[in-house]
Design a protein around this ligand. Sequence first.
Ligand code: VGL
Ligand code: ZN
Length: 203
Amino acid sequence: MQALIIVDLQNDFMPGGALAVPNGDEVVSVANRLMSRFELVVATQDWHPPHHSSFASQHPGHKPGDVIQLGGIEQVLWPDHCIQETAGAAFHRDLNIAGINKVFQKGVDPAIDSYSTFFDNAHLRSTGLADFLRARRVDEVCLLGLATDYCVKFSVLDAINEDFRANVIEDGCRGIDLQPGDVSRAFEEMRDAGARILSSEEI
Ligand code: VGL
Ligand code: ZN
């Protein structure tokens, strides 16, 4: 059984948003088109408390894009984004919410970031997604969304670690490219880990 996982199609990641991913809005229609092909559709939401430690605003002297050590792991600092219950954290208005079976929220612990849909960045706490999928006999997942080089990549790597076959829908993803080449390196890393990189036409 296959599931579609739609990653973080939220206003703050769209053009004009607080942490805009270039052309991020282009993948909403890809997500809507693919939903009907899957028996199970999961969407994730980046869902931070107002003073989340991944925000540069919480670290005097630092600015977005800086990298610091946080709880022993590297943390890129971001503009304030996807704050719980705000318009920026809401799904893009064109996303077909009715086609989503379950929403998983992540990044809720103020002390640690969570790029992956499965675990926080220190791999300490599970979101419950893996068990949710296994309970429904899912053995293969297809992922798309934002951003290729953060939440999509880490979700795909964790999916493989959790023994799911993982497919990434290339035209359903857009990335940040904080360092030029990050997006193509992310695809390479996912492929090397065992993910299949597909086009939405192949689904
Ligand atoms: C994301 C940076 C910070 C993402 C979330 O969804 O890829 N990136 N928070
Ligand atoms: Zn975030």
